[in-house]
Every structure is written in C-alpha cells, then in structure tokens.
Design a protein. Sequence first.
Length: 365
Amino acid sequence: MKTKILLLLTVSFSLLATAQKDGKYIFTKSGHVEYNLTGNTTGKKTVWYDDFGIKMATITESTSTMKILGISSKTTTKELEIRNGNLLWTINLLDKTGTKTTIDYAIKAGKALTDKKTDAELHQMERQTILDMNGKIEGYENILGKKCLVFTLGTTKFWQYKGYPLKSVISMMGMTNNETATLFEENIAVPASKFAVPAGIKITEGVNPMDGGIDGLLSQMGEGSENEQGDNDSEEDEEPLKTNITYDSYVKAINAIKIQNFVRTASSQEKSSYVTMFRINNVFGNIAIMNPELYDRAEEGEGIEIKKVYTVNGKAAKYAVIKSEDTPMHTVFIKYPVRKMTLLISGTRTLPLSTMEEIARQLNF
C-alpha cells in the first residue's frame, strides 16, 4: 500500500501522454517511409505500417558515434521492432535475439482517444496534445509534398504529418541526431509478411507492467518494494471493486460535469478501480473510484502528506499533497460508506483545490 497509492496517482499522467501513440498511432490507413539518419547517429530506417499504425514494423541500421573526454567510441546496431495488434517484438538482428510483450492496455487507451474521430478532430487533438506537453507549434512546412505540422518539444523539433513525423532534429547533451524521410507512400497495400518475426530469432517472453491496466501496473510495481518492507497487504489491494455504482453510471456522471473547458480524455474499468483522465485547458487530472479502505489508509501512501481532514459535500474528506520530483500533485480522498467506495480527485498542483471540490460536488455520488 505504501507505494501503490502514489503509483495510481502518477500513472494516469503518463498514460495520457502515451495513449495516442500506442492506439490509433497514425492518421492514415497504411504506409511506407524511408529515412536517412545523420548527425551523431548515421544510417537508415525503414517503416511499414497498416491499420492506422496498429500494425507497424521498423528496421533501423545505424552507427552511433560518441566522444567523451576526447575518446571516441562507435556502436553499430541493426534492430527490428514489430507491433502487430496487442503484441510487440523488439529484435536484435545482429545476435538474432528478441523479446515479445503485450500492449493490451495501451491499445485500448489509444483507441478510446482516437476512435471515430474525423480528420479535423484528430488534427485538433494532435495540436492540443502538443500544447498540453508544453510544446511550441511553429507552423507548417512541406516534406516530400506533404503538409507537416512543425513543433518543438524541449530540444527536439518535429515535422509531423497526420500523427507521424517525416523529419526530426534531436539535440541533447551536445549531440544531434536527425531523421529525414526520403520516401513516403501512404494508403498502400502492405504485405502481411512485413509484420512477421523473421526465422531463426530466439524470442524471450517479456512482462509488460501495463498488462491488466492500472491494477496490473500497481501490482507488479508495488509487490517488489512492499515485499522488501515486509508489507503483506497485496492480496487486499487486489480485491474486486466493492462499490454499488456501475461503471456506466460513473462515466455518465463524469460526462455531465459542467466546468468550463473540462474534457474527459479517457476512462477505464479495472479490477479494483474505475479511472478517468481529464484535462481543463492545459491542466491534467484524474477521477478514480476505489474501495472504501483506501480512505482510512491514505496516510500510508509513500510521499503522501495529509494537509487537512474536513468534509466535502457532507462526506469525510482528506486533502493531501504528493511529494514527487517528476510531477508535483495533490489529491482529495472522499469516503462514501453507503456507496462502498473512496473517491479520489487528483491533479497537477496547478489544478485548484476548489476545482477538485467542485468536481466532487457535481458528481454527487
């Protein structure tokens, strides 16, 4: 329990940033891209994709040069990454080894964000995601005759066409790597063989901590640290959700929230929780329903500091700040004995406490 509360609060933000990437990745049906690699890493990269990127094969042949204290070193790689439905293979073509993992939850989350959206809606979501990640949109330029959205994220600059970059310039720690498309074909017939693992590769089954959604991540990440501390409450944490509120009712209540610029970006039903990610302008948050015991044990969450105990909407509540170097956050725990649940409303520290309390009032479970 000491780590799982904090993990629940932090994982939602990383999911929001990666869901689009792992779901409907590219906004064209299929394609083939050839890249030239220059800078500290030289070589070539080939990408084949189908089903809007749900199927994708990427072959990279490169040599990377690094100089430290006047001493140069070179590394040569030949790698193949295949994504086919809910399976992901990462293969070293030089030593003929690779790993296989599943990406069920990421595919599900990505489809929730992009499914049934028009091209205009996808483009607007693409722009908003960039802004939400503190990126800067610079305009549009043509690459291989395609109108690309040009933007920067930190020290990286992208020229992106319908969700996929045709050019990028990455500058970091004195090194620069460039990828520039030299050939791009879209909406073509792609052979199924492009997404098959080559013969003669020794594959090892890997474990994706996101399997099983947030519950799976909490279980796998929490077990190791808790066992070291002698904490034996993992079975209790895995109890099914006890609430008498249905998942459909939960989502319906969230969709009815009337707060300016409130957008529900994704929702998920897990074994021991309902979780929704949302944003208000450029501020992120999540709304979760978990078992009632969580309220009583909120103080046990690693990095959680209870600032006050009070009432919200006539219900017992605890306001806490989350001590995290990566993403400073805060949360409100609200106990609903009749509903057999704890409601968590969390967000980055730029989300006002008054807004989180207003969300609870409007939900009125």
